[in-house]
Design a protein around this ligand. Structure first.
Ligand code: ASP
Length: 304
């Protein structure tokens, strides 16, 4: 079977201000270019989502890899998950502090381990055993984020700042892909939320919350305020709607309504089924996304 491949990525859902729009759109386009190189050569959806996410982890625009938000102790703490829709194999890492590309570690968990999820030091030891480089945490910290945390912590004591307001950025990254063999995959990577408590894990790297993929339903990656998304197991909720016959476009929009109505959450989602149908939705003012098919590249900030 030879299908037309598709790649869809997001770079977080929030009120991206005008002066940051170009950086976000460039970032998602670069991610598409890397993932598409894999797909157009007949590579797997898994490899494509990994390569797309690595580009966004390396891009300081996003809350993933180097340049992520800092936790309340001033450290970068990263979470990532990948899932293979053909086999339902999944690999996740949580609360890692010394891996610049946690999605690479998640891929190793998926491909090389009988386990599905590793956290903290055990995840880092596993990654190192698999040949991935470890780094100092300070190599992941950039001055912009030190200043952002400082400003947040000094204002928070004054006026009870809401960490979860849609104006606070949610720059988690994610990708979903369909390959020429008809298989789909999903990947999500994040630095989590600003000023989070050490050890806090959000939705992004939890199966069915921030990421899910099953050839029989759809591949999904979410972004936004993680705690409400986790409570609804939102990625799985959306893919289940596709499995029961709904269009990904409808399921994505409904997932955002459900998130808002049920738990007053906000965020965004990308969805792709194995027939190549897509859904892009968010209930925040903007979400950076890009979509590549055999004949076009599209990107934007609005739902579609
Ligand atoms: N969902 C992520 C988290 O709560 C944040 C984000 O999407 O930017 O960790």
């Amino acid at each position: 079977m030879s299908n037309n491949p598709i790649l869809l990525v997001h770079g977080g859902a929030w009120a991206i201000p005008g002066n940051m729009v170009e950086a976000h759109l460039n970032g998602v386009r670069n991610a598409i270019a890397a993932g598409w190189r894999v797909l157009e050569k007949g590579g797997t959806a898994l490899d494509a989502v990994e390569e797309a996410v690595v580009v966004m982890e390396d891009d300081e625009t996003f809350d993933a890899g180097r340049g992520s938000f800092l936790n309340r102790e001033g450290k970068v703490q990263l979470d990532a998950l990948m899932m293979d829709g053909a086999t339902l194999r999944a690999g996740g890492v949580g609360c890692v502090e010394h891996i610049a590309n946690p999605i690479r570690a998640a891929r190793k968990v998926l491909s090389e381990s009988p386990h599905v999820y590793f956290v903290g030091e055990g995840a880092e030891r596993f990654a190192q055993e698999q040949g991935l480089p470890l780094c100092e945490n300070k190599e992941l910290v950039i001055p912009r984020e030190v200043e952002r945390l400082r400003a947040f912590q000094s204002n928070a004591s004054k006026d009870n700042q809401d960490t979860f307001a849609p104006t606070i950025s949610h720059d988690t990254v994610g990708a979903v892909a369909l390959d020429t063999s008809g298989n789909i995959a999903a990947a999500t990577s994040t630095g989590g939320t600003l000023n989070k408590a050490p050890g806090r894990l959000g939705d992004s790297s939890l199966i069915g919350c921030g990421c899910y993929a099953d050839n029989q339903s759809a591949a999904a990656s979410t972004t936004g305020w993680g705690e409400p998304i986790m409570k609804l197991v939102l990625a799985k909720w959306a893919t289940d709607r596709v499995a029961s016959g709904n269009l990904p476009q409808w399921a994505a929009a409904e997932a955002m309504n459900y998130l808002k109505d049920r738990v007053n959450g906000h965020g965004g989602i990308i969805l792709l089924d194995s027939q190549g149908r897509t859904g892009i939705a968010h209930n925040t003012p903007r979400m950076a996304w890009a979509l590549r098919t055999s004949d076009r590249l599209d990107c934007g900030l609005e739902s579609k």
